[in-house]
Design a protein around this ligand. Structure first.
Ligand SMILES: *Cc1c(COP(=O)(O)O)cnc(C)c1O
Length: 417
């Protein structure tokens, strides 16, 4: 049942929800880590399971009344195993960061060495950045990309693994647009006698659809978020071999979390059900096609893309030759009705609050039904907005055109606030 002015007793809150729905409907959502869940996932996520405590795991809970929670969590687990072909999964992580924390704690002790991808080259905060728990608790080393190809420097990875003897090597990141060679990572990890963890948060949907190499057979532990390309509710998952199952489960609960969010587990199960449908593969194919079409358009307009393009849903635009900062680009796009984020490019000289790059993703727009020719139009809006950054009048005009354009792609048509 939709929330309306009649059945929601909190008009102040309703006004905020209504504004957010409008924002999502009338702007172009290009943040690479975002997506739009289906209306079914949205509704299931708002179910009565929000009321239930179910600390523990199916068949072994600390509270009574968990028979339905057991059935729900088992179903969610079975769907993950079916999609990714893993032996074990923990579906309880509240987010990608807590999934990573539990994964680390399962096999590492504070003070152990980890080797992750540098944040400045496309890695993630939780892979050892000093401001994250991971950087505070572990001895960190980083590998990055080569300056000439902007692809992962596997020689550097091997050398650092050899020299630093990390106990865990982490692959995956948030702003790396290319496929990752998991065989190579496995080889390096084996030689260093390190655990290999793959954080597939960004490309999990592509892995589910068979469009990105699967890390599951290669890694000891795979973590992911559920809300990026996988198109589920906000949350995380940890996939692993049977031999690590207990260590992982004990670190999610009671290690780093309390009771699971069973309404979110229900929404995860719903999204995973959708990921098992053949249309999901078509969707993911379109996501990549759209990103590649956007890339071609931007290159034709004179922009340089990190690594020259993309194999995935995301592209990273290097603005250095345009005398434009990431912060300035983000602001211009926002004024033009396009939501994206500034992002460091490899070997960036600007600080992280300014940056020289712009990260763009196509997962959300593709969910709205955007095809390649629509990406041509989106590219036009982007290029025009970047050329006219700082010109409020011009940017406002673009925003009006964007608003009009989005109306051909209805978002949650049955939803009203
Ligand atoms: C998004 C992301 C995370 C963190 O996810 P949250 O749910 O925001 O905690 C972890 N790792 C990678 C690679 C990510 O892209």
């Amino acid at each position: 049942m939709p929330l309306t002015a009649d059945n929601c007793p909190d008009p102040q809150l309703m006004a905020i929800l209504r504004k957010e729905l409008r924002r999502q409907r009338f702007k172009l959502e290009m943040i690479a880590s975002e997506n739009f869940v289906s209306e079914a996932v949205l509704r299931i996520g708002a179910s009565v399971f929000t009321n239930k405590y179910s600390e523990g795991y199916p068949g072994n809970r600390y509270y009574g009344g968990c028979e339905n929670a057991d059935e729900l969590e088992s179903l969610c687990q079975a769907r993950v195993r079916k999609i990714f072909g893993c032996e074990h999964v923990n579906v309880q992580p509240h987010c990608g960061s807590s999934a990573n924390m539990a994964a680390f704690f399962s096999v590492l002790q504070p003070g152990d060495a980890i080797l992750g991808m540098s944040l400045a080259h496309g890695g993630h905060l939780t892979h050892g950045a000093p401001v994250s728990f991971s950087g505070r608790l572990f001895k960190t080393e980083f590998y990055g990309v080569r300056e000439d190809t902007e692809l992962i420097d596997y020689d550097e990875l091997a050398a650092k693994a050899e020299a630093g003897r990390p106990k865990m090597i982490i692959a995956g990141g948030s702003a790396y647009p290319r496929v990752i060679d998991f065989d190579k990572f496995r080889e390096v990890a084996d030689r260093a006698k390190a655990f290999l963890m793959v954080d597939m948060a960004h490309f999990a949907g592509l892995v589910a659809a068979g469009l990105f190499p699967s890390p599951i057979p290669k890694a000891d532990i795979v973590t992911t978020t559920t809300h990026k390309t996988l198109r589920g509710p906000r949350g995380g998952l940890i996939l692993c071999r049977k031999s690590l199952a207990k260590l992982i489960d004990d670190q999610i609960f009671p290690g780093v979390q309390g009771g699971p969010l069973m309404h979110v587990v229900a929404a995860k199960a719903a999204a995973l059900g959708e990921a098992l449908e053949p249309e999901f593969i078509d969707y993911q194919r379109q996501v990549v096609k759209n990103a590649q079409r956007l890339a071609v358009n931007l290159i034709d307009a004179g922009f340089r893309l990190v690594s020259g393009g993309t194999d995935t849903h995301l592209i990273l635009v290097d603005l250095r030759s345009k005398n434009l900062t990431g912060a300035c680009a983000e602001k211009a796009l926002d004024q033009a009705g396009i939501t994206a984020n500034k992002n460091a490019v490899p070997f960036d000289r600007q600080n992280y609050a300014i940056t020289s790059g712009l990260r763009l993703g196509t997962a959300a727009l593709t969910t709205r039904g955007f095809k390649e020719e629509d990406m041509d139009k989106v590219a036009e809006f982007i290029v025009e907005a970047l050329r006219h950054h700082g010109e409020d009048g011009r940017l406002n005009k673009i925003r009006q055109r964007v608003e009009e354009f989005t109306q051909a792609f209805p978002l949650y048509p049955n939803l009203e606030f």
